[in-house]
Design a protein around this ligand. Structure first.
Ligand SMILES: C[S@@+](CC[C@H](N)C(=O)[O-])C[C@H]1O[C@@H](n2cnc3c(N)ncnc32)[C@H](O)[C@@H]1O
Length: 215
């Protein structure tokens, strides 16, 4: 297992080289499944503090803020990713009120001290962690989400044909999420396969969505 610093180097390098929108893991927009959850009213984030670790260019941060999250905070280990997120936000033409509620900060999810979030959103983040970091991932979520708060996990890639120990992205299973989160007081309230039309191109059939309430 590499040290955190060694492991993080890969992300710093990717972003310092100037990852273009639409390349590698950057899908140039939020997952349609999150969009659907918000626009259908199934997930109400109005007035709630929301956290998106490993937010990349910040698509989900802006989307959550557009739906009323106050604030939506994206956390990125890479300062270049934070700059890319700031550029994306300013190019989006977001009005001042919206822009002030969509914040991307440089920081390490494992060290972040806040703990007052009512909403968490985890997509392409657990799969980006080395398998040896997974227990700490669950501990970190347990620290960040307030009792009664909700964590939304868009699970990807759920793909039994991928080698389990090669990544990122490391393949995941719904059972793995339960094993990690249940001991920390998270109860799963919803679980569904993501319909093909609600997945990014190339990710169809490999995504599941689950919602968890923190005791
Ligand atoms: C697979 S990418 C996904 C980015 C974004 N969620 C997206 O879908 O475009 C994982 C992201 O997590 C960031 N990251 C990795 N380790 C992190 C950590 N410990 N804390 C915060 N961000 C981290 C990386 O810089 C990278 O941008």
């Amino acid at each position: 297992m590499p040290s955190d610093a060694e492991y993080n180097e890969r992300w710093l390098k990717i972003w310092s080289e100037g990852l273009p929108a639409g390349q590698a893991f950057d899908a140039s927009k939020s997952a349609p499944a999150l969009f659907k959850l918000l626009t259908s009213g199934q997930l109400d984030v109005r007035g709630k503090r929301a956290l998106v670790p490993g937010c990349g260019r910040g698509y989900d941060v802006l989307l959550l803020a557009q739906h009323g999250a106050d604030p939506a905070i994206g956390l990125e280990i890479s300062s270049d990713a934070v700059k890319a997120a700031m550029d994306y936000k300013s190019q989006s033409g977001a009005a001042e009120d919206l822009a002030s509620r969509a914040l991307c900060k440089e920081g390490d999810f494992f060290k972040y001290e806040d703990g007052l979030f009512e909403i968490g959103y985890d997509y392409t983040f657990l799969c980006a962690m080395h398998p040896d970091m997974r227990d700490r991932w669950a501990e970190a979520w347990a620290r960040q989400i307030k009792p009664g708060g909700e964590l939304v996990t868009l699970m990807f890639p759920v793909d039994a044909s991928m080698p389990r120990d090669q990544g990122p992205p490391f393949p995941l299973t719904p059972e793995l999420y339960s094993e990690l989160l249940s001991p920390h007081g998270f109860s799963r309230t919803c679980f569904d396969a993501v319909p093909k039309e609600q997945s990014h191109e190339g990710r169809q059939g490999k995504e599941f969505i689950a919602r968890w309430i923190k005791a």
